[in-house]
Design a binder for this molecule. Structure first.
Ligand code: GNR
Ligand code: NI
Length: 172
């Protein structure tokens, strides 16, 4: 397994629409292993392949805390087949938007169809943080970040902060 570099906003590579996966191969499973290792190290609870510069429709999620047994979930070519009319608000963060957080409202429950680690078709219903996280990751597949759900004023403020931090790190 190998650690990959997570791309941070603003970056045109995060705006790319990811391509569907044709077949789930060993190479693809190696990529998912790398994504999981990169996500655990960050640490984060989810990661889309496009965040490491691979624009394929692949997501890994693990909601387990650091002291809990790992419980990785893999989603390839996910599609939302149902979303609850009822909505839920969570404070979201993103590994591509480091150290910035804000409230985002999304459907509270969703059903999703996807391929798993072995390439088998699955359809499952999710609620709570899992529903929020999967929708956040599926946004990445469309080139959308959580800050795109905020007002232009808040988004512009966050992008300015990200650029300021980037410039400061380039100065050393
Ligand atoms: O680690 C993450 N935490 C998180 C918290 C609330 C809602 C979504 C997330 S996903 C994020 C990791 C990430 O950036 N995935 O794309
Ligand atoms: Ni994210």
């Amino acid at each position: 397994m190998a650690l990959r570099t997570i791309i941070t906003a603003p970056d045109p590579r995060l705006k790319v629409i990811s391509e569907p996966v044709q077949t789930v191969t060993d190479d693809l499973r190696r990529l998912m292993d790398d994504m999981l290792e990169t996500m655990y190290k960050a640490p984060g609870i989810g990661l889309a392949a496009v965040q490491i510069g691979v624009p394929k429709r692949i997501i890994v999620i693990d909601l387990a805390r650091e002291d809990e047994t790992k419980g990785p979930h893999y989603f390839i070519n996910p599609v939302i087949t149902w979303a609850s009319p009822e909505r839920a608000e969570y404070e979201e963060g993103c590994l591509s938007v480091p150290d910035l957080y804000d409230m985002v409202e999304r459907p509270a429950r969703i059903r999703a169809r996807f391929l798993d680690y072995h390439g088998a078709e699955q359809e499952q219903e999710f609620g709570g943080l899992m529903a929020t996280c999967l929708q956040h990751e599926m946004d990445h597949l469309e080139g959308v970040l959580f800050i795109d759900h905020l007002s232009k004023l808040k988004r512009d403020m966050m992008v300015r902060k990200l650029l300021k931090v980037r410039k400061a790190s380039e100065r050393v």
